[in-house]
Design a binder for this molecule. Structure first.
Ligand code: SAH
Ligand code: SF4
Length: 394
């Protein structure tokens, strides 16, 4: 299956549920500028209203037409008849002792996704989801064990940023010192299997008259959907992170089944030719440290060799265990030895500090429940994984 077929096969209609939850009104969030202009014309309003609305929706964060005072009252009333500026519902809002915040969002059709905000001294990063669940079945990832998968539409992706801004009181968008200065597409789902919606959403997020987060502060993480990588670089030109996690096809085939479709050689070629790459703009290779599986000094040396000639950073991620996971986190010592080898070869290789552990907020284990699995649950997970693997192979 091609990447685009794959996305279509798993795209369920979300718009019907939304429209009925809004009393038949249409949500304006997630429309491109052109689409917003077309909407204005369709209800007999001038095209330039779209520009005014854009500013209110994406710069000021307005959710109610009544506050949009640069629009005449009859215009506001007319808009309110046909349209809404909707947000998903926050069903859980968890705050970690370290300041990390996790929101569980419910979409109108009942599906749920999570976003996580990670504050740091000089920046704040929002980890955004691209799908409900994930069709892939990476063995170390909890998201892959979820049976239900659908693509998020552009409005649901943009809305994660907007809701975080609501919660952090960041409207109108401040030019500097923002709580949300960076975006990583590292939440639930494989963003390059939902490329159209992710691209549309990121274009809105990057728009200078609105949320205005620069492409240099946006990173998209992929498990290696080779055919979509070039387009992502050309059209969006955001930073790329690649979930590598293994240095041989033999191991990567097992822990990341997408490797059977796009093996390491193809993946590395796509990285080497990623548009806009240079020494100031490198690919981040994510490498989850799994005890006794991929964390030996020989693996580290093979990693260095594999990345030869690619402007790279390496992000070592201590594995985040989840109930029923088949792996363990590498020891601190193994991570250090591995990191030293990579560092000595000239690559920056920061170890990702684990944040928000008390609220299970780590990227890659979103929406996990803190339960112990019974043998029956474990068998059920295995069944889901086997079914999804078969779909991927088909
Ligand atoms: N689907 C995309 C983006 C979401 S996952 C991708 O795979 O790149 C974001 C990152 O978290 C990926 O590097 C993923 O491999 C990693 N990850 C998943 N499960 C993890 C776990 N249990 N512990 C640590 N990292 C994990
Ligand atoms: Fe999907 Fe990424 Fe998890 Fe793999 S690591 S199952 S691609 S979300």
């Amino acid at each position: 299956m091609s990447a685009s077929n794959h996305a279509a096969a798993f795209a369920l209609p979300a718009t019907d549920a939304l429209s009925s939850s809004l009393g038949g009104r249409k949500n304006l969030v997630g429309l491109s500028r052109d689409e917003l202009e077309a909407e204005m014309l369709s209800v007999g309003l001038e095209k330039f209203r779209a520009r005014q609305l854009w500013h209110w929706i994406y710069h000021r964060g307005a959710t109610d037409f009544a506050v949009m005072t640069t629009l005449a009252k009859p215009v506001r009333e007319k808009l309110a008849e046909s349209y809404a500026v909707a947000r998903p519902t926050i069903v859980r809002d968890l705050k970690s002792v370290d300041g990390t915040r996790k929101w569980l969002l419910r979409m109108p059709d009942g599906q749920e996704v999570e976003s996580v905000h990670i504050p740091e001294e000089d920046r704040g990063t929002l980890c955004v989801s691209s799908q409900v669940g994930c069709t892939l079945t990476c063995r170390f990832c909890h998201t892959g064990t979820q049976r239900l998968v659908r693509n998020l539409d552009a409005s649901e992706i943009v809305a994660q940023v907007m809701l975080a801004r609501d919660a952090l009181g960041e409207w109108p968008a401040p030019p500097d010192g923002r709580m949300i200065s960076n975006i990583v597409m590292m939440g639930m789902g494989e963003p390059l299997f939902n490329y159209e919606n992710v691209a549309k959403a990121l274009k809105i997020v990057m728009d200078g008259d609105g949320i205005s987060i620069s492409k240099r502060r946006i990173t998209l993480s992929t498990s290696g959907v080779v055919p979509a990588m070039k387009r992502c670089g050309e059209e969006l030109n955001v930073n790329l992170a690649v979930s590598l996690h293994a240095v041989t096809d033999e191991l990567r085939d097992i822990i990341m089944p997408i490797n059977r479709k796009y093996p390491l050689k193809e993946l590395m070629d796509a990285c080497r030719t990623y548009p806009g790459l240079n020494n100031a703009r490198r690919i981040t290779f994510e490498y989850v440290m799994l005890k006794g599986v991929n964390d030996s000094p020989a693996d580290a040396r093979a990693l260095v060799k594999l990345l030869e000639g690619i402007p790279s950073k390496i992000n070592l991620i201590p594995f985040n265990p989840w109930p029923g996971a088949p792996y363990e986190r590498s020891t601190d010592r193994a991570i250090q030895v591995f990191g030293d080898i990579v560092n000595n070869a000239g690559y920056a290789s920061p170890v990702r500090t684990t944040r928000g552990e008390d609220i299970m907020a780590a990227c890659g284990q979103l929406k996990s429940a803190s339960v112990r699995l019974s043998a029956a649950d474990r068998a059920a997970i295995e069944k889901v994984l086997a079914e999804k693997d078969a779909a991927l192979a088909g």
